[in-house]
Design a protein around this ligand. Sequence first.
Ligand SMILES: NC(=O)c1ccc[n+]([C@@H]2O[C@H](COP(=O)([O-])OP(=O)(O)OC[C@H]3O[C@@H](n4cnc5c(N)ncnc54)[C@H](OP(=O)(O)O)[C@@H]3O)[C@@H](O)[C@H]2O)c1
Length: 259
Amino acid sequence: MNELDGSWILVTGASAGIGQACARRFAESGASLILWARRLDRLESLADELRDGCGVEVVTRQVDVRDRRLVSREALSLIEAGRVPDVILNNAGLASGFDPIQEGDYEDWDRMIDTNVKGLLNVTRELLPHMVSRGTGHVVNIGSTAGHQVYPKGNVYNASKFAVKALTEGINLDVAGTRVRVSSVDPGFVRTEFSRVRFHGDDERAEGVYRGFDPLTAQDVADCVHFVVTRPPHVNVFDMVLLPTAQRNVYVLDRRDPT
Ligand SMILES: NC(=O)c1ccc[n+]([C@@H]2O[C@H](COP(=O)([O-])OP(=O)(O)OC[C@H]3O[C@@H](n4cnc5c(N)ncnc54)[C@H](OP(=O)(O)O)[C@@H]3O)[C@@H](O)[C@H]2O)c1
């Protein structure tokens, strides 16, 4: 069913993992897409796949969400083209490093705060006013269970995702009285490039994160995001939390081999 026919959706961080899976899920439902990430080659091959496979319009742009001027310029070009998105998926994000705070690396901290918090703000600040003045729109933030419960060595990543949770709640308050919706989708363990990035390219360590249990797939998260954006206009999913069945909270994870 083409539930998203005629809508434009902006996905940040569409070159991998959850963002890429969401882009595919949206395109299958007929949405036209604006795809942002730093790795343009990956965006372009995804765009080719979606244009051929789903017959939707896809615009790709190399955008680092930390670059406020660039975000502003790209947002302006969307507005001028009459493409204020119907949905913004603030997905671009990362964990960088896994150290106790007393041994933390300033560059890792900047990378997480600048991407997960300030990047989300940059994109939202440039486009939300146009949703508010049009009277409709939906901002969906990818948070995390890391934004509900802290864990050892999670420190700054946890703080960034607690900030995303606070922003989802805060933006909801600030757009009260309009029909703009603001939602958060907060997954637990998802098998993507996330752990590889966190461990600075150490594939073996990254694979160890998912050993002995079935983590969520990016597609599982995309199904939830799709559900959130296809509710009727009077329904605002405030916060959807999803976990692998083996994970009951941040600490309780059953690592017996799946049968
Ligand atoms: N995987 C998990 O277990 C998990 C759990 C809960 C929440 N999350 C959240 O889910 C979101 C997506 O992560 P993922 O698991 O899909 O990881 P991933 O496979 O590493 O994908 C991350 C995406 O974010 C993009 N990105 C990173 N920094 C960016 C920047 N400065 N500007 C623009 N794009 C940027 C990357 O694209 P480029 O490198 O091409 O720019 C990539 O497309 C993140 O917000 C993460 O915190 C993940």
